[in-house]
Design a protein around this ligand. Structure first.
Ligand code: NAD
Ligand code: 0WE
Length: 257
């Protein structure tokens, strides 16, 4: 029997085939889970239909802008109607206005700070609140983070502060939901060549930096995030909650580089 056979999972954050959410979705699917997808809006509908459509005609795909309480709540109402329960939730969503990732952190506007935290951190709380009542047999919630949450990465700026909030939210959610056997963990991934990374100036040199300085002397492959996603969804991690797991070729352990 496959490790996630009989599990129902909701995946939020697929934009295209390079998305980390898609890598983890494929791994969850291969492990036997049945998946539901949410996408940000009409702009991404076709992409998600093309990718997730390969999992079968009746794969549920729903628009969900995480800035809208109504849309987030509506998604879980529909999941309840169709499946009656939920076992897994992947949160793979982040956004900060482009300007905020270019200059200095000190110039972050109130609005950019608000948007970054709303989309990238609060949305995990809102989605966990929607998901928890459906996780009647326990569950696993996984969110994506990055090293900029704990150390200064130039230009990551307000996103780093929002990821720190996401990681702290993971711990508080883990405490709240533990009694219901719902676990909440983060994967802190090394830099990945996705839509969210493209257009970040100096991103290519960042990949090179990891190759040169991370203990494993290489970058992370999407399938490796998928495998960690399966681990966090499954029985192997049954006693782990509130954690941040580094899938970063070991970069996070280094002091002098
Ligand atoms: P991506 O662009 O493929 O995914 C980001 C997703 O966020 C997109 O699907 C986008 O539609 C969604 N999103 C943004 N605003 C939204 C909103 N208001 N409502 C709903 N969805 C919204 O890029 P990715 O690299 O796969 O990013 C996924 C996650 O992984 C993010 O949390 C990111 O911070 C994290 N991460 C990325 C890297 C990297 O180097 N790419 C490294 C570590 C962590
Ligand atoms: O979390 C991220 C990026 C998330 C992201 C990306 C964008 C680009 C387009 C959030 N908001 C936006 N807004 C946009 O308008 N990563 C971990 C990838 C990333 O982004 C960086 C990095 C790394 C790594 C930005 C600066 C420095 C390093």
């Amino acid at each position: 029997m496959k490790p996630l056979e009989g599990k129902i999972g909701l995946v939020a954050g697929v934009a295209n085939k390079r998305s980390i959410a898609w890598a983890i979705a494929q791994a969850w699917h291969d492990a036997g889970a049945q998946l539901i997808f949410t996408y940000q809006g009409d702009r991404l509908k076709e992409n998600v239909e093309q990718l997730a459509g390969t999992f079968g005609e009746d794969t549920m795909m729903l628009p969900c802008d995480v800035c809208s309480d109504e849309q987030v709540e509506g998604v879980f109402d529909l999941v309840k109607e169709k499946h009656g329960k939920l076992d897994l939730l992947l949160h793979s969503i982040a956004f900060a206005p482009k300007d905020a990732l270019e200059g200095e952190f000190i110039n972050t506007t109130r609005e950019a700070f608000k948007v970054a935290h709303d989309v990238s951190a609060y949305s995990l709380v809102a989605m966990a609140r929607g998901a928890a009542p459906l996780m009647t047999e326990g569950g696993s919630i996984v969110a994506m983070s990055y090293y900029g949450a704990e150390k200064v990465v130039p230009h990551y700026n307000v996103m780093g502060v929002a990821k720190a909030s996401l990681e702290a939210s993971t711990r508080y959610l883990a405490y709240d939901l533990g009694p219901q056997k719902i676990r909440v963990n983060c994967i802190s991934a090394g830099p990945m060549n996705t839509l969210a990374a493209r257009g970040i100036s100096g991103f290519t040199s960042m990949l090179k930096h990891y190759e040169a300085h991370a203990p494993l002397k290489r970058n992370v492959m999407p399938e490796e995030l998928g495998a960690t996603g399966v681990f966090l969804a499954g029985e192997g991690s049954a006693a782990m909650t509130g954690q941040v797991l580094y899938v970063d070729s070991g970069y996070q352990i280094m002091g002098m580089y």
